[in-house]
Design a protein around this ligand. Structure first.
Ligand SMILES: Nc1ncnc2c1ncn2[C@@H]1O[C@H](COP(=O)(O)OP(=O)(O)O)[C@@H](O)[C@H]1O
Ligand SMILES: CC(C)(COP(=O)(O)O)[C@@H](O)C(=O)NCCC(=O)O
Ligand SMILES: [K+]
Length: 244
């Protein structure tokens, strides 16, 4: 049994797997990390591995504290990955993006794949039909957009995510919601159209904390799975074990 943990820039997600079976998921903040992991390990006594993908600023020691109970593995650029990496700066490619690309490669073999992860940032990752990771894009996510409008202006209030009534905002609040939500939806649609124009067939996977909110608002029918990173982490680790 494996406990996978994804440390993002907003929050921590974790899931327990037995082989390919996803048993339970958890979401928590950085300050609760050790307490939550301890509880999960108590609940699932047969967990043997703790597998971590981290792009956030959590101390490794918080995980190493469990080394007397389980084997601890931090996914790194040195691990075996099932794709050829054609990124110009492979060492700076986010480990979460590597894991998403690995999951897409293993779960949807030999086809063009675009993974869109809507979290703190919106990341786009393209793996072509020859299993070559080609790159993608990084853009601000919802919260970063709302916060930057407030932070870098004198007059704009800080709002939280809300569906706009229309693309024509009739007040300051409506204008902000339209700009942030419709803007991001149009941006994602634009990228999808661009990728679709560039390849005959492509599978698109949408994940991250805002995947469900976005999926409802996108014209394109795409596969939304908010657990895709954790499932990919499980697949990536199994691949590493077989290929080391
Ligand atoms: N309970 C929640 N707490 C915080 N963010 C949430 C929650 N539910 C949904 N979200 C949305 O998910 C986003 C974070 O997504 P996530 O994929 O967890 O980010 P990251 O991997 O960068 O930490 C937030 O910006 C927010 O819009
Ligand atoms: C782009 C990211 C900040 C996304 O983080 P997230 O939204 O998942 O918290 C992360 O993948 C990262 O730190 N990347 C390094 C730069 C790169 O991928 O090229
Ligand atoms: K992301």
């Amino acid at each position: 049994m494996i406990l996978t943990v994804d440390v993002g820039n907003t929050r921590i997600k974790a899931a327990v797997f037995e082989g390919d079976t996803h048993l339970e998921s958890f979401v928590f903040d950085k300050i609760e990390l050790e307490k939550k992991i301890k509880k999960i390990l108590e609940k699932f006594e047969t967990i043997t591995y703790l597998v971590i993908s981290s792009v956030g600023d959590v101390e490794k020691q918080s995980f190493l504290a469990f080394e007397n109970q389980v084997k601890v593995h931090f996914v790194s650029h040195e691990d075996a990955f099932p794709f050829v990496n054609n990124y110009g700066t492979p060492k700076t490619l986010g480990i979460d993006r590597m894991v998403l690309a690995a999951g897409a490669t293993l779960l949807y073999p030999n086809q063009n794949r675009l993974v869109i992860d809507a979290g703190t940032c919106i990341t786009y990752d393209f793996i072509d039909e020859n299993n070559v990771y080609q790159g993608g894009a990084i853009a601000p996510g919802f919260r970063l957009r709302y916060e930057s409008l407030h932070q870098f202006t004198a007059k704009l209030p800080l709002l939280t995510l809300q569906s706009p009534e229309s693309y024509v905002g009739k007040s300051t609040s409506e204008s902000i919601h339209s700009g942030v939500v419709n803007g991001l939806v149009y941006e994602i649609e634009g990228f999808i159209d661009e990728y679709k124009a560039g390849c005959s067939k492509i599978i698109i996977i949408l994940t991250g904390g805002d995947a469900d909110f976005l999926a409802k608002r996108l014209k394109n029918t795409i596969f939304a799975n908010s657990n895709f990173l954790l499932e990919s982490l499980n697949q990536t680790f199994q691949y590493k074990i077989k290929n080391d």
